[in-house]
Design a binder for this molecule. Structure first.
Ligand SMILES: Cc1ncc(C[n+]2csc(CCOP(=O)(O)OP(=O)(O)O)c2C)c(N)n1
Length: 333
């Protein structure tokens, strides 16, 4: 058998993996519902001109929830994709902190109000700072995983990026060096089939990206990224492999980007919203996750999260703006 056979696993509920416990399902639903409530509120606020930039995660929620639930918060490390709000929430970011970042207030714990929304980062939560140029954080994440190996501290890293970003040399170099040094890392591609307004066919010539794993000598797992249980199972097995010295894995998580690329984008100019809405009706990760919990529980959580999102937005918007005199703080030069 080759050293690192690529496994093409199409994970199906109750087939190849142990399902989540009831507590894990409820935790997952809570996170997906909170991410959706915050996402929708940010979208409306940006559209209303109350904040300058929103980066929606609608349709991507189950991917980040899957790996964040399988990570050990404060021990493992995340180099997030910018649609990773759910992962941040699971790892412990409070809704008010998300909104401080969204409103670019100086008390924003992600970027001290210096970066547009979705440039996540938290030393406390072990989330590496996300850079504007995509996906530069991949090599930073590999450096972090290399550090874990050198220290022998048993921590693992998750590095997430989009399928457009996956066409950059940065990802090739990151996956190659992670495999060469058998680093404790899980690469996750959020494969929504779009790079802003550019469709998949113009970015890469294959239906999926999982086969690339074999080229680096690591296993690849293809998973339905709108199924939080499948995402959790894939992440858990890849993280266990990383922690036990087995080296890196690539997870190809297919999903639907339901909203435009950002609040600066108008996707009606390049895709058919009616077809998208039909697809999302069956592939909305929140609707799918609802089936994993009791209806009364889901209703109560949704109501609680709507109130949390409103409180977080109202509170953060009322926080003081930055002082122009401090603009150069946190800059190296
Ligand atoms: C180097 C670089 N080029 C272009 C951009 C502008 N940009 C921001 S998001 C984005 C789309 C990236 O698509 P993908 O990686 O597939 O992730 P998705 O948005 O689909 O989740 C682009 C081109 C950027 N941030 N960095």
């Amino acid at each position: 058998m080759p050293i690192h056979p690529t496994h093409y696993l199409m994970l199906r509920r109750n087939l190849l993996y142990t399902a989540m416990t009831r507590a894990e399902r409820e935790r997952a639903y809570r996170a997906l519902s909170l991410a959706r409530a915050l996402d929708e509120r940010m979208w409306r606020l940006a559209r209303a001109g109350r904040a300058h930039f929103a980066v929606p995660c609608s349709g991507h929620e189950a991917i980040g929830a899957g790996y964040a639930l399988a990570m050990r918060a404060g021990i493992d490390w995340l180099s997030p994709h910018y649609r990773d709000l759910t992962a941040l929430l699971v790892l412990g970011m409070a809704p008010r902190d998300v909104m401080l970042h969204f409103f670019s207030r100086p008390s924003d714990p992600n970027a001290a109000g210096r970066q547009p929304y979705a440039h996540f980062g938290s030393r406390r939560l072990h989330v590496l700072s996300l850079q504007g140029p995509q996906p530069n954080h991949c090599s930073h994440g590999v450096g972090c995983a290399w550090g874990s190996k050198l220290l022998g501290d048993g921590s693992a890293s998750v590095i997430a990026f989009g399928d457009g970003g996956a066409q950059k040399g940065e990802v090739h170099e990151s996956m190659n060096i992670a495999a060469v040094h058998q680093l404790p890392v899980v690469f996750v591609v959020h494969r929504n089939g779009w790079t802003q307004s550019v469709k998949r066919e113009s970015e890469y010539a294959t239906d999926s990206l999982v086969a690339r794993a074999a080229g680096y000598g690591m296993p690849g797992i293809a998973v339905d990224g709108t199924d939080v249980e499948a995402m959790f199972a894939a992440s858990r097995s890849a993280l266990e492999r990383a922690r036990s010295g087995g080296g890196p894995t690539l997870i190809d998580a297919q999903c639907v980007r339901f909203l435009p690329n950002t609040s600066n984008d108008d996707d009606t100019r390049y895709r058919d919203r009616t077809a998208l809405e039909s697809e999302f009706a069956v592939r909305d990760p929140l609707v799918r996750a609802r089936r994993l919990v009791a209806a009364a529980f889901a209703d109560a959580v949704d109501a609680e999260n709507a109130a949390l999102a409103q409180d977080a937005a109202d509170w953060a918007e009322a926080q003081p703006h930055g002082d122009a005199q401090t603009v150069a703080e946190h800059a190296y030069a």
